[in-house]
Design a protein around this ligand. Structure first.
Ligand code: SF4
Length: 168
């Protein structure tokens, strides 16, 4: 707990200025991703998101990829409520003991071949929460992970670049 409070004080407020709609970095990432989704997934990549115990910081950045600046729907990336329709499982962590079974069941429900993306330092390796009586650590402690997106939290552009790794 003390560790988390120290990090909050050290980090301060990190809200950054809203990027321009025509930011060239976002445009390049978007064009690459859109072309790849069109070619490999017939224009539609379905994503089921699971929060397996995050602080919600990573969720806010994941929400941001749906806003008009990043607009992942335009690139062919759609969020779905059912894992049975998903191509990708996007998971934030760490995996709390309470979420272990739910995460395993969601993973089993996604049809093969499936891609698992771990988002944030907590998803990659347990991050600041680590392993404890309540936390099992990173996502790969519970289900296999294909792509890791580090950062606390990663930016929306990092997350879109993480999706692009599916095609590399
Ligand atoms: S990586 Fe950072 S923002 Fe994401 S869940 Fe962990 S502590 Fe929160």
């Amino acid at each position: 707990m003390i560790r988390i409070l120290r990090q909050i004080l050290r980090t301060g407020i990190v809200t950054c200025k809203c990027p321009q709609i025509d930011d060239p970095n976002i445009r390049v990432t978007g064009i690459n991703l859109e072309n790849s989704v069109k070619k490999r997934f017939r224009r539609s990549l379905s994503v089921r998101e699971v929060d397996s115990g995050s602080c919600n910081g990573c969720e806010l950045e994941i929400h941001a990829i749906n806003n008009p600046v990043y607009d992942c729907e335009k690139l062919g990336i759609h969020f779905t409520a059912s894992p049975r329709f998903a191509d990708v499982l996007l998971v934030t962590g760490p995996v709390t003991k309470n979420m272990e079974i739910a995460l395993k069941r969601t993973y089993d429900a996604v049809p093969s071949p499936k891609i698992v993306i771990a988002v944030g330092d907590c998803g990659c390796n347990g991050g600041i929460f680590g392993e404890s009586y309540a936390s099992l650590g990173g996502i790969d402690k519970v289900i296999p992970v294909n792509i890791y997106i580090p950062g606390c939290p990663p930016t929306p552009t990092d997350i879109l670049n993480g999706f692009y790794k599916i095609f590399l």
